[in-house]
Design a protein around this ligand. Structure first.
Ligand SMILES: [Zn+2]
Length: 120
């Protein structure tokens, strides 16, 4: 049931969506697959399996526990880290940790570890 172009039901159990569940689905990236999970299905982790009707291969479902990052995923992460560390709009030391949740040094180490896999 779609009203005003916004889906109002869960793709797993067809229960009603709350604004909080909609926001969490968006945050998890489910919305990029046009999939929406209700609070119960989010709590129960049902969203980790693709919903009925999802057309892609199950191993590529983005919310799987064991989702394996592709070369393009890694490249995007390395490039994003490089931008926030060294780009023209790099995040400054004083606000780095509060904005990214890790220190500049930790972010740099992550970028080096991932980039060291022959990506960047
Ligand atoms: Zn549900």
């Amino acid at each position: 049931m779609v009203s005003e172009g916004v889906q109002d039901y869960c793709d797993w159990c067809f229960g009603a969506l709350t604004e909080a569940a909609r926001a969490r689905s968006r945050w998890l990236g489910l919305a990029t697959e046009d999939a929406w999970a209700c609070g119960n299905c989010l709590t129960a982790g049902r969203y980790r399996e693709p919903p009925d009707g999802w057309s892609g291969p199950e191993e590529e479902w983005l919310a799987r526990d064991e989702y394996v990052l592709s070369g393009d995923d890694l490249l995007a992460i390395v490039n994003a880290l490089n931008e926030v560390l060294h780009g023209p709009d790099a995040i400054e030391e004083w606000e780095f940790q509060s904005r990214l949740g890790v220190t500049r040094a930790e972010a740099f180490q992550t970028m080096r570890r991932i980039g060291g896999r022959g990506i960047a």
